[in-house]
Design a protein around this ligand. Structure first.
Ligand code: HEC
Length: 149
C-alpha cells in the first residue's frame, strides 16, 4: 500500500516537472510586448517593401505570442478585477487581426492587409491607453522608480 502511494507520488512529480520548468521560463508581459513591437516592425517593413513573406512572419509571431506567466496573470487580474474581461478581449482583438493580416498577405491582398494592420495597431493603443499604466504598476515598479523612495 505504502509502496503504491510512493510510486504514485513519483509519477505525479514526473508529470508536473516539465510544467513547473516551463512556467519558470515564461517571459514577463514586458518581454512579450517587446517581442510584439519587433513583430510590428517586421509587418510594417514587409508592407512598405511588398515583402509578403515578412508580413506573414511578423503577423504569425503576433498571433502565437507567448502566454503571460500565471503569476503575472494573477497580479493583472487582481488589479483589474471585473475589467480583466475587457483586457483579454483587446488581446483577442489584436490576435484575430494578426490572423487577418497573415491571411490577406498569403492572398497577396495588400489593401486588406494594410487596413487590418491599421485596425490592429489601434487595438495595441486602445489597450495601452486604458490599461498600460495600471497594469505596469501592478506588475511592479521599475528599478529606477524603486530607488526614488
Ligand atoms: C491587452 C492589452 C495590451 C495589448 C492588446 C497590447 N499591449 Fe503592449 N503593453 C500592455 C501593457 C499592460 C504594457 C506594460 C507592461 C509593463 O510595463 O510591465 C505594455 C507595454 C508595451 C510596450 C513597452 C515595453 C517596454 O519595454 O516598456 C511595447 C513596446 C508594447 N506594449 C507594444 C505593443 C504592441 C506592438 C501591441 C500590438 C501589436 C501591443 N503592445 C498590444 C498591454 C497591451
Amino acid at each position: 500500500m505504502e509502496r503504491k502511494r510512493l510510486i504514485q507520488a513519483i509519477g505525479l512529480l514526473l508529470t508536473l516537472a516539465p510544467t513547473v520548468a516551463m512556467t519558470g521560463d515564461a517571459p514577463s508581459l514586458k518581454e512579450i510586448m517587446q517581442g510584439l513591437r519587433n513583430n510590428l516592425v517586421e509587418i510594417s517593413d514587409g508592407l512598405l517593401t511588398d515583402d509578403f513573406e515578412q508580413v506573414i512572419r511578423g503577423a504569425t509571431s503576433i498571433a502565437e505570442h507567448p502566454k503571460i506567466a500565471p503569476a503575472q496573470v494573477q497580479l493583472v487580474a487582481s488589479a483589474l478585477g471585473p475589467e480583466m474581461a475587457a483586457f483579454k478581449q483587446l488581446d483577442t482583438l489584436v490576435h484575430d487581426l494578426s490572423l487577418e493580416i497573415s491571411a490577406s498577405a498569403k492572398a497577396l491582398d495588400r489593401d486588406v492587409a494594410i487596413s487590418s494592420y491599421q485596425r490592429m495597431i489601434e487595438g495595441c493603443f486602445d489597450c495601452h491607453r486604458t490599461y498600460k499604466e495600471r497594469v505596469a504598476a501592478a506588475l511592479g515598479p521599475e528599478p529606477e522608480a524603486q530607488s526614488e523612495r
